[in-house]
Design a protein around this ligand. Structure first.
Ligand code: AMP
Ligand code: ZN
Length: 343
């Protein structure tokens, strides 16, 4: 990629994606921040866009107002910071990367990255209880839409059925905020929990596990806030897999995220792209390693969560299945490095 092309791509991204509904179109030399054309979430979108175009993370030291003043300045920074940029699909670069990388310790590394992505959005880390109140699952519509799927702990924690193992880590966040008005929005939370009762069929070979670990970033705010944060996080994840030179796809999913869905709703979900999945091969079959869910005001309504202006909160969650990452990373990185060693 040339500097000119990157400059053009940035101008068109700012105009068509960031300023699509408001604002006067910008050119390569238009100051992007002086008149408040872009806000802080859009800056993240812009950084993630540049990183996904070039296939490399921008060092924190490069993220300064002088470097980001105009589209021209951004392209120049990327090209002159430390030598010429190589495009993300540069074969030579890819091959040397994958030979050196092994999957060991990459899941903890991914978790640190996710925490950092959350922090960029102002996330607070919350520590949920290991079990969720069954009443909260009922309130979320989970018991009704997935009958027989809830998993109850048989340990000393509770044998009465009042507590269940959460099917997703984000549900306790909504339950915690139930019947409350937020003082400020968006509210962003980072959360991790041990989960069970996810996908119906269990097929450990392909990463469909009875119990698994979910790390999530949860966003509660206006439709605009949560959509923007979800897109920024999708780009962060794309850049991460590009950096490790992993084969992965992002697709619109049709299976319901943890809310009720009949056929009509599923069709709508697909049309409106409410759920995207990041998929990677495990033993030759694509599995979802992360999902990017926009629930509209479903949980806001179910749990009575309102925004400072009194309207119902919209929510989105970005959920990473950590065991699946371990399986997928092992499949791609360790096998290719084994091949490289025998070659
Ligand atoms: P969901 O949004 O409920 O589809 O789940 C979010 C993520 O959790 C998925 O993309 C998977 O990575 C992971 N996950 C969900 N169900 C399972 C399961 N049965 N076994 C392993 N990982 C799972
Ligand atoms: Zn979730």
């Amino acid at each position: 990629m040339s500097e000119e092309l990157l400059r053009e791509r940035i101008v068109s991204f700012v105009n068509s994606t960031l300023l699509s509904t408001s604002g006067v179109p910008v050119g390569a030399e238009t100051p992007l921040f002086e008149r408040g054309a872009l806000d802080s979430l859009q800056v993240l979108d812009l950084i993630a866009f540049v990183e996904s175009e070039t296939g490399r993370p921008l060092p924190d030291s490069a993220i300064r107002l002088t470097n980001f003043r105009t589209a021209s300045a951004i392209a120049a920074t990327v090209f002159h910071a430390d030598g010429a940029v190589r495009p993300s699909r540069d074969r030579i670069w890819s091959r040397t990367r994958s030979r050196r990388t092994s999957s060991s310790a990459l899941v903890p590394d991914l978790e640190r990255e996710i925490l950092r992505w959350g922090q960029e959005l102002g996330a607070r880390e919350v520590l949920p209880e290991p079990a969720i109140a069954t009443a909260a699952l009922a309130r979320a519509g989970y018991l009704e839409s997935f009958p027989g799927r809830a998993v109850f702990p048989r340990s000393a924690v509770d044998a009465t059925g009042r507590q269940a193992i959460p099917p997703a880590a984000c549900l306790q966040c909504y339950a915690e905020l139930a019947d409350r008005g937020l003082d400020a929005a968006p509210l962003v939370l980072s959360v991790r929990n041990h989960c069970a009762g996810g996908d119906e069929a269990v097929d450990a070979d392909h990463g469909r596990l009875r119990e698994f670990t979910m790390r999530e970033i949860v966003i509660i705010g206006s439709a605009n806030d949560v959509d923007r944060a979800r897109r920024a996080l999708m780009r962060r994840a794309q850049t991460y897999v590009a950096r490790l030179d992993l084969s992965a796809t992002i697709e619109v999913a049709t299976d319901p995220f943890h809310i009720p869905a009949d056929r009509g709703k599923l069709a709508l979900q697909r049309l409106r792209a409410l759920k995207y999945e990041l998929r990677m091969p495990v033993r030759g079959q694509p599995v979802a390693v992360a999902s990017f869910n926009y629930h509209e005001d479903f949980f806001g309504r179910a749990f009575g969560i309102t925004l400072p202006d009194g309207t119902l909160a919209h929510t989105a969650c970005v959920a990473f299945g950590l065991e699946r990452w371990q399986l997928a990373l092992h499949d791609q990185l360790d096998e290719s490095s084994d091949l490289a060693r025998t070659a």
